[in-house]
Design a protein around this ligand. Structure first.
Ligand SMILES: Nc1nc2c(c(=O)[nH]1)N[C@H]1C(S)=C(S)[C@@H](COP(=O)(O)OP(=O)(O)OC[C@H]3O[C@@H](n4cnc5c(=O)[nH]c(N)nc54)[C@H](O)[C@@H]3O)O[C@H]1N2
Ligand SMILES: Nc1nc2c(c(=O)[nH]1)N[C@H]1C(S)=C(S)[C@@H](COP(=O)(O)OP(=O)(O)OC[C@H]3O[C@@H](n4cnc5c(=O)[nH]c(N)nc54)[C@H](O)[C@@H]3O)O[C@H]1N2
Ligand code: SF4
Ligand SMILES: [Mo]
Length: 819
């Protein structure tokens, strides 16, 4: 019998099952899957089935003729129950048939009223009424949202409307939904007080690389197989970009690539690389937390001093002169030529070693693996992947700039086997009107809300209660302000709509906030909301997104939405319709006209109105034909029935991301200057433990579906914090004990997980959990341009209690498994 799945056999997919293209909607990698559906009263046989194999015989080890219980469910399609199997696609070049512990659970994580999975999914709009949430119709809920919103904003003054919205692809997002929300908030309105799902402002995660002319997704995954050295900075791809690691990086190592990993922690990625490439080909630079900039500037200095640079590339493709862009409030470092950057970033081996805690020999070794020409004099190819260890690390602008400096100096951008790229988080899928009105630096939304700003807050697919910084204070204030509105609503139970809106506006003007939450579940911030609007996920709608090598695919809708849930783009459109109607009723005709143009009935309408208008080659029909291999953006044309894409960017040596006409890349002139974000150095000085934080293979993001998935919750009933066993002994802790993590800004709790490979006084806590938000102990201090510094956090730890019954059953064996 399948473990915990209460089934002893699964139906065989019949030969005539319907097949849909489906890209996994979780991480950036975007693995290809196939969704098979067929009527519940049918199934295939050993002889006649989808695989074409005789299933009465034992299949070979690498067979595609199987699926796991987690890939199966019974759902509805066109109103009828169907079997659903969602299994990895062997023909997709991204994953070649591999799944992951997240993606391979997509099917069992669909809402099913038949098998009882994910019944937490919202099925209908809800409005705060009579002291609780009451189900209601879309028109009723949207009318209330539109009336209250219209009361606090006006043409040319939309600053009291605050918006939190996804900017990604995958599920929640994608070209349809970023356009729907974007057209509403940046087209019809010019909302300035907005933020993105993962940071408290509407800005870029990677300003500097863009300012230097280099888009952050410039390579293709195949480059990992064509390279001499793979450099991984502040990222843990075995757990976070799993099939990019397993299907491309592993193959690169098997082809002989060496690996340099920069991470203050020994990760399972380090372990896995050592197993594949053998330890002598893996260099783990276990730097002091937050010291990356010192490392990169030292590497850049050393590589330049050795002359291991691509002089021809520097001359032809990079800015000649001195300073091209001066340092100012919008540019935390000057940008200019190679020589100017060399001067500004100069750092000796001794200085670099002192700051990072590495030996000079380790830094030299890294420089050789990155840039030392081969014995025959030919250039070494190095591909660099970076992610949240530096994006949410110390001195975001300068540190990313310094890393891109190395890639430019060594001619490793726009070449096969090269690239300096984000490994990525969600998939991408951004198409919106200009956000220029937001300004740069963008407003720090969380701090504005905490200090009383904002009257109405629209929240699209994120849960700041679990995932923002300074979360303890944010929740305290948000609960208080949203409760003021709830109380006012309760006091007017039974009132007319006009009276209710008056009461709400009264509470808002007294300091309250009216909160509207668009989500697929009733989230934690949704507990504070007054209106809750149910959205659908990818697969319950058609959805287009691109992955970390800019590969665009269409997920074909394969099942019905739960209840009356709608695609986000359609919710945005209906909200726009209601705004137009209400404004017209109120006699504000000119403003009402701005909300025209939302007469979409399907997500395809939103796609055509938005993405297609800027990319006329792309239609659903053509993407459907392109299948799970899709096309790599930007799309250059359509030739003989085939979409023509772009394998990697900048192969012509012309750099354009900064918008400069000369097409020359710029170097970043950012010197090392210690911990940059306010309050971090003091916090480090005053607390014993580094609370490094991030992700684990098993959990997806803020656990919104995981929290109702026993496969995950049996393994991790409470978020873990990995601690060295000797530190645990100091604190009197047994494995599984509940600890409180506390510091100057807040407190949270976790399960103590012994980790012998951890350094003393350096812990790692999984972020985003529903019952232990790591963000509670992150202070409000951000890097310049309002980039959160989640990773540099220090706190103390004390025991709260013995293990809970669920935690007491957890295994504490090593995470380092044999591959
Ligand atoms: N399993 C799983 N995969 C995911 C996600 C998930 O929730 N679960 N989420 C997706 C999303 S949205 C994102 S953004 C990505 C994030 O993907 P990653 O960035 O790869 O993951 P993180 O665990 O956040 O952080 C990566 C590493 O940064 C290291 N780090 C901490 N401080 C420093 C430092 O000062 N310097 C350096 N160099 N490294 C440091 C941490 O030790 C950690 O190993 O993952 C995506 N993939
Ligand atoms: N301490 C710490 N904090 C961090 C980070 C860290 O490394 N450390 N990383 C940051 C990063 S990189 C990220 S991406 C954020 C993640 O922070 P969030 O964006 O808050 O987390 P998610 O889990 O991605 O949130 C998804 C929400 O959208 C809902 N949802 C899912 N699909 C849909 C859909 O199709 N439509 C709608 N309307 N709703 C949907 C889910 O139910 C869930 O409530 O956290 C950030 N916070
Ligand atoms: S690696 Fe990422 S995209 Fe691929 S199956 Fe896993 S979560 Fe999905
Ligand atoms: Mo992310």
């Amino acid at each position: 019998m399948a473990f915990k799945r209460q089934v002893d056999r699964l139906p065989i997919i019949p030969a005539n099952a319907r097949v849909h293209n489906a890209t996994c909607h979780y991480c950036i990698v975007g693995c290809g899957y196939k969704a098979y559906t067929w009527p519940v009263n049918q199934q295939g046989t050993f002889a006649e089935n989808w695989s074409g194999q005789d299933l009465s015989k034992q299949q070979p080890m690498e067979t595609d003729a199987w699926y796991a219980p987690s890939m199966y469910n019974v759902v509805h399609q066109d109103g009828r129950p169907v079997h659903l199997v969602l299994k990895p696609d062997v023909d997709c070049v991204v994953n070649s048939g591999l799944g992951s512990v997240r993606g391979a659970r997509m099917a069992e994580n669909r809402r099913s009223d038949i098998t009882g999975t994910q019944t937490q999914r919202l099925t209908e709009p809800m409005v705060w009424r009579y002291g609780t949430w009451q189900p209601t119709s879309w028109d009723d809920a949207l009318d209330l949202v539109a009336r209250v919103t219209a009361r606090v904003i006006d043409k040319d003054d939309e600053n009291d409307l605050y918006v939190s919205m996804f900017d990604h692809g995958g599920s929640a997002g994608g070209y349809e939904n970023t356009w729907g929300t974007g057209k509403l908030y940046f087209g019809s309105m010019k909302v300035k007080h907005c933020r993105i799902h993962n940071r408290p402002a509407y800005n870029s995660e990677v300003h500097s690389t863009r300012d230097m002319g280099v888009d952050e997704l410039n390579y293709c995954y195949e480059d990992y197989q064509l390279t001499d050295t793979i450099m991984l900075v502040g990222t843990n791809p075995m757990e976070c970009q799993t099939n990019l690691f397993l299907n491309h990086m592993v193959k690169g190592m098997q082809n002989g690539a060496k690996v340099v990993i920069v991470d203050p922690r020994r990760t399972v990625t380090v372990d896995a690389c050592e197993q594949v490439a053998s330890a002598e080909n893996v260099l783990h630079l276990q730097i002091a937390s937050g010291s990356d900039l010192a490392l990169f500037n030292t590497l850049f200095t050393y590589i330049a001093d050795q002359g291991w640079v691509d002089a021809d590339f520097i001359a032809k493709s990079t800015f000649q002169g001195d300073v091209a862009v001066a340092e100012d409030a919008a540019h935390p470092a000057s940008l200019g030529s190679y020589e100017a950057a060399r001067a500004a970033c100069k750092m000796s081996l001794a200085e670099g070693a002192a700051v990072t805690g590495l030996t000079e020999a380790q830094i030299i070794q890294a420089a050789e693996w990155i840039a030392k020409p081969k014995d025959d004099g030919s250039r070494r190819k190095t591909v660099t992947g970076y992610e949240k260890g530096i994006i949410w690390g110390n001195d975001n602008y300068r540190v990313i700039g310094a890393l891109v400096n190395i890639g430019l100096a060594t001619g490793n951008i726009g070449r096969d086997g090269g690239g300096v790229c984000r490994l990525g988080g969600h998939q991408e899928g951004y198409f919106r009107p200009s956000d220029a009105h937001v300004g740069r630096p963008a407003p720090y939304i969380d701090q504005l809300i905490i200090s009383g700003g904002g009257k109405v807050h629209h929240i699209w697919a994120n849960d700041h209660y679990k995932t923002t910084l300074n979360a303890a204070e944010f929740k305290r204030v948000y609960n208080r302000r949203s409760n003021m509105v709830k109380e006012a609503m309760d006091a007017r139970a039974g009132a007319t709509r006009e009276e209710l809106v008056e009461a709400i506006v009264g509470a808002i003007n007294a300091g309250g906030i009216f909160s509207v939450c668009v989500d697929i579940i009733h989230s934690q911030i949704g507990q504070a909301a007054h209106v809750i609007l149910p959205a659908v996920e990818s697969g319950e709608m058609n959805l287009t997104s691109m992955n970390g090598e800019r590969r665009l695919r269409l997920v074909e809708k394969y099942m019905d939405a739960p209840g009356s849930a709608q695609p986000d783009c359609i919710i945005a459109a209906r909200l726009a319709n209601h705004m137009e109607r209400v404004l017209r009723e109120e006699g504000r005709a000119e403003y009402a006209d701005q909300f025209k143009g939302f007469d979409w009935t399907t997500e395809e309408d939103a796609f055509m109105d938005g993405y297609n208008s800027g990319n006329p080659e792309l239609t659903y029909e053509r993407l459907r034909a392109a299948g799970n291999n899709g096309v790599q953006e930007p799309v250059k044309g359509y030739d003989n029935g085939i979409l023509v894409g772009t394998k990697r960017l900048y192969e012509d040596g012309v750099f354009t991301r900064h918008g400069r006409e000369d097409g020359k890349a710029l170097f970043c002139m950012g010197a090392w200057r210690g911990l940059q974000a306010p309050g971090k150095a003091q916090q480090r000085a005053n607390h014993r433990f580094l609370i490094n934080n991030g992700r684990a293979n098993l959990n997806w993001q803020n656990w919104f579906l995981d929290q109702k998935n026993d496969f995950v919750m049996d393994r991790l009933p409470v978020p873990f914090i990995q601690i060295h066993p000797d530190d645990m002994a100091d604190l009197g802790l047994k494995p599984g004990d509940m600890v409180e993590v506390f510091n100057d800004v807040g407190a949270t709790q976790a399960l103590a997980y012994p980790e012998p490979t951890a350094r003393r006084n350096e812990t790692f806590m999984v972020f985003g959990a529903p019952n232990g938000a790591q963000g509670n102990v992150i202070n409000a201090g951000t890097n310049e341009l309002i980039l959160p510094n989640y990773k540099q956090t220090w706190a103390n730890i004390r025991k709260i209690s013995d293990a809970t019954p669920a935690a007491a059953r957890v295994s504490f064996k090593s995470w380092e498994v044999e591959l």
